[in-house]
Design a protein around this ligand. Structure first.
Ligand code: SAM
Length: 209
């Protein structure tokens, strides 16, 4: 597995885990500056843990959709460049602001990822869009935010089957999402994120011209 610069496997007591350097955010284990990146709490962490080729080198400019209280996006900001964190629920954004306090490169935005025009004046073109919105219409959210990616950009998305249809077979949901996404993106790799996240699909994709 190739890890981005700034992400390492680190020993926490007897357990070795992915880790980044920064202030702790969600009660994760720490060792000096190192903080455990828990793949059970983070879909992007699970994608790295599963060995998916995310193309991340470290230092990228990132647009993160569905930042919640900052669990994953804080790790991203630890190894990334400027990191724009979009979240539309006011409650988690308060905690996200706390995570941003010690991270000069993390910019929380209380915005709706289905309305990219509302943050287009703030967000510069980015190298990577990370998406974890767990809402109906996840392929559409990715399509709407393609405008921020250059030709060499990457989409790293986690698709939650139950957010699209609670009753449908997850594999059927993933087939539909893959098909819809393929209109706007070339899919480079997809993989189920079990056992870390049940009925979630990780996707690495690049924008079609
Ligand atoms: N990515 C987070 C992490 O790993 O720390 C967890 C994200 S949680 C599964 C999904 C989040 O997406 C929720 O906080 C929810 O409020 C947010 N969300 C859902 N739809 C959204 C939208 N249209 N715009 C912005 N945020 C959205």
């Amino acid at each position: 597995m190739t890890l981005p610069r700034g992400v390492e496997r680190h020993a926490f007591g007897g357990e070795t885990s992915l880790a980044t350097q920064g202030q702790p955010v969600y009660g994760e284990r720490t060792d000096g500056d190192w903080r455990r990146w828990d793949p059970h709490r983070s879909k992007l962490g699970a994608m790295l843990e599963q060995g998916m080729d995310t193309g991340l080198d470290g230092g990228e400019t990132v647009l993160y959709l569905g930042a919640a209280a900052g669990t994953t996006v804080s790790h991203v900001a630890d190894f990334g460049g400027p990191t724009y964190a979009v979240e539309f629920a006011p409650r988690p954004v308060r905690e996200l602001l706390d995570a941003a306090e010690s991270r000069q490169n993390l910019f929380p935005l209380l915005k709706d990822a289905r309305k990219p025009g509302s943050y287009a004046h703030v967000v510069e073109p980015v190298d990577v869009v990370v998406q974890d919105v767990a809402t109906r219409g996840q392929a559409r959210v990715a399509a709407l935010n393609k405008r921020f990616l250059g030709d060499d950009g990457r989409l790293l998305a986690a698709i939650k089957a139950r957010s699209e249809d609670v009753t449908a077979d997850p594999d059927a949901v993933f087939d539909n999402v893959r098909e819809e996404l393929s209109a706007e993106y070339e899919l480079l790799e997809t993989a189920r994120l079990d056992p870390y996240h049940e009925d979630h699909l990780g996707i690495v994709a690049r924008p079609r011209e």
